[in-house]
Design a protein around this ligand. Structure first.
Ligand SMILES: Nc1ncnc2c1ncn2[C@@H]1O[C@H](COP(=O)(O)OP(=O)(O)O)[C@@H](O)[C@H]1O
Ligand SMILES: [Mg+2]
Length: 415
């Protein structure tokens, strides 16, 4: 196992004059509001434990005020914790000397800001080269690198413009090029795309995903938007009032939202677009491996199924029903299974979004065979599983409510 790049443990941040004095109340479990009322202190973060792996896009999501910026600012020590530890490559960032900290900020991490944070009186090229300038890289080298990165983000030819001459999307590309230009391994992106129009924003998301395929940076990406989180995140952590309420892969979050707060985010998402076939499929219920009709029928009769997926050395062949086998037996039963026995059932790919196979799945009498590029049967997609994606999972939510003090919903009849 490789060690995580960043490890956060037992992290607390309380804002106010005497945070240490307030800590006992925080640990007792008083709410953020109670602490504020009683002490005038604000709980920014409460007992955060997480790790971030090298090369992943780790998304931190939550509503405004939930502590996202506070958390990300701990990583490069723009904020000191009230309690807890942050290790970056095993180094405790609290133990860095001022000089080491400066080095760390210049070389290890770079930040992309929501409001782009460009220097208005500098040309685009000099904005991009800025990080190298403070690293004392010589002028030719830094201009050369900056030109390359501008090209990479699609802004070739804009070198001598000033930021105000560019659109919002272009300015944020400059911000991105600037962050990438330092070669820092870790990119911190605090709502970097939130100020952009939806269409531009979506383009930026695509571009970041595309860049990441080549660069394999470690990207810590903050957003309040679940669609964006699902699109970009390898893993997602969800904050509420300074508490980490859930972390997991996009599929974990979509399929098993931890509480009403996460559920509320998830409700708005088109799950059929966000989930792919592989996530929703089951192992194939019935594989028929026999070569002759007789053997196939025997195999089928031993099972509880009335149809199955015929597999040979060459992979998936087709769907066969017990009925058609029985009919065929009346003819020559030692005959090999042939094309005429297969039902007319479409084959789907594990990588397709559920949305793409929705019509076929609902129209088919059989669970659709999921077949990979090499022709192997990977699973089958049940109509019920597809239907479940669209249900709100009411039962589950109600069960969960009984161990929850929430009185928001009238139907939570606790005793
Ligand atoms: N410097 C500060 N002083 C006092 N309270 C702060 C400070 N920074 C953040 N907070 C409070 O901490 C909480 C988390 O804020 P923040 O991390 O900015 O949230 P987010 O980025 O998720 O919108 C909020 O209640 C905010 O008011
Ligand atoms: Mg913020």
């Amino acid at each position: 196992m490789t060690k995580p790049l960043i490890e956060v443990s037992g992290l607390y941040k309380v804002f106010g004059n005497t945070p240490e004095k307030v800590m006992p109340k925080v640990k007792e479990g008083l709410s953020k509001n109670e602490i504020l009322d009683q002490t005038g202190h604000t709980v920014g973060l409460k007992d955060i434990n997480l790790h971030i792996n090298r090369g992943e896009i780790f998304v931190i999501m939550g509503l405004s005020g939930s502590g996202k910026s506070t958390l990300i600012r701990h990583f490069n020590r723009l904020i000191d914790p009230t309690e807890g530890q942050i290790l970056v490559e095993g180094t405790d960032v609290m133990k860095l000397s001022p000089k080491e900290l400066q080095e760390f900020r210049r070389h290890k991490m770079s930040m992309v800001f929501q409001r782009f944070g460009l220097l208005p009186h500098r040309k685009v090229i000099d904005n991009v080269a800025y990080g190298l300038e403070i690293q004392n890289v010589d002028k030719n080298t830094r201009l050369e690198k900056a030109t390359e990165w501008l090209d990479t983000v699609g802004l070739k030819g804009y070198e001598d413009q000033y930021p105000s001459q560019l659109s919002g999307g272009q300015q944020q590309r400059v911000g991105l090029a600037r962050a990438l230009c330092t070669d820092a391994e870790i990119l911190l992106m605090d709502e970097a795309f939130s100020a952009l129009d939806p269409l531009i924003r979506s383009e930026m998301q695509d571009q970041l995903a595309e860049l990441q395929e080549k660069l394999h940076k470690t990207i810590i990406f903050i957003t309040h938007d679940l669609d964006e989180a699902l699109r970009l995140g390898d893993r997602i952590a969800i904050l509420k009032d300074g508490v980490l309420v859930q972390q997991g892969t996009p599929d974990d979050i979509l399929l098993n939202p931890a509480d009403d707060y996460v559920e509320a985010f998830v409700k708005d998402v088109n799950r059929a677009r966000a989930l792919n076939v592989e996530t929703v499929m089951q192992p194939p219920a019935m594989r028929i491996t026999a070569e002759t009709i007789n053997d196939a029928l025997a195999q089928m009769k031993k099972s509880a199924h009335d149809y199955g997926y015929h597999i040979t050395d060459e992979g998936y062949q087709g769907v066969i029903t017990q009925d058609s086998l029985e009919e065929a037996v009346n003819g020559n039963s030692s005959q090999e299974i042939g094309d005429h026995l297969y039902e007319d059932v479409p084959v789907i790919s594990p990588d397709s979004a559920i949305e793409e196979v929705l019509t076929e799945s609902i129209a088919s009498d059989y669970s659709l065979p999921v077949v990979d590029e090499d022709g192997n049967l990977k699973g089958s997609l049940e109509r019920e599983a597809v239907a479940d994606i669209f249900s709100d999972k009411e039962e589950e939510t109600e069960e969960e409510k009984s161990d929850d003090d929430s009185d928001k919903e009238s139907d939570s009849d606790k005793k």
